[in-house]
Design a protein around this ligand. Structure first.
Ligand code: S3P
Length: 175
């Protein structure tokens, strides 16, 4: 009998490739992709950028937690999360219920080069985004480090990251 696979929860900083890797994984494994940010936008009828500018970050964080909870009992999904989801323990408890936590990492320079062309990330719309990235990465490091699987993405394509995740999942007990 084929063992049932756990959900795959992709965490990591902005620009580490969670959405793209999520698409590849879902395709490869025949799972459904859930993008938390897109779900929040759908529910609110606004972009993330609009939510931040109209209601502020803490409002966004509450919607994020609600959305995590909405999916906590679903199975056979790949969940691509927003970069800040790891900061609330209750989010991680929900996500761990049925999922393996994967964290994608990248250097501040890689993050900047992947996010630099867009103004859709309110936290990085500042005068010195590289400095901001370094600061946020440093303060979030302890949260990101708690993942079951950590993958450095700087020199990998999204398809290669997806393959590496699949390989590492095989080594996990009770996957
Ligand atoms: C955020 C990351 C964003 C989005 C919001 C806040 C963060 O998602 O949820 O702008 O706090 O790191 P991505 O990681 O998909 O860019």
């Amino acid at each position: 009998m084929r063992m049932k696979m756990k959900n795959i929860v992709l965490t990591g900083f902005m620009g580490t490739g969670k959405s793209e890797v999520g698409r590849k994984l879902a395709e490869r494994l025949g799972m459904t992709l859930v993008e938390l940010d897109a779900e929040i936008e759908k529910a609110e009828g606004m972009t993330i950028k609009e939510i931040f500018s109209r209601f502020g970050e803490s409002y966004f964080r509450d919607r994020e937690t609600e959305t995590v909870k909405r999916f906590e009992d679903r199975e056979n999904i790949v969940i691509s999360t927003g970069g800040g989801v790891v900061m609330r323990e209750e989010n991680m408890e929900s996500l761990r219920k049925k999922g393996v936590i994967v964290c994608l990492t990248a250097t501040p320079e890689t993050v900047l080069s992947r996010t630099g062309g867009s103004d859709e990330r309110p936290l990085l719309n500042v005068e010195d985004p590289l400095e901001k990235i370094r600061e946020l990465l440093e303060s979030r490091r302890p949260f990101y480090e708690r993942a079951d699987i950590v993958i450095e993405t700087d020199s990998l394509t999204p398809a290669e990251v997806a393959e590496e995740i699949i390989e590492k999942m095989k080594e996990l007990p009770g996957r």
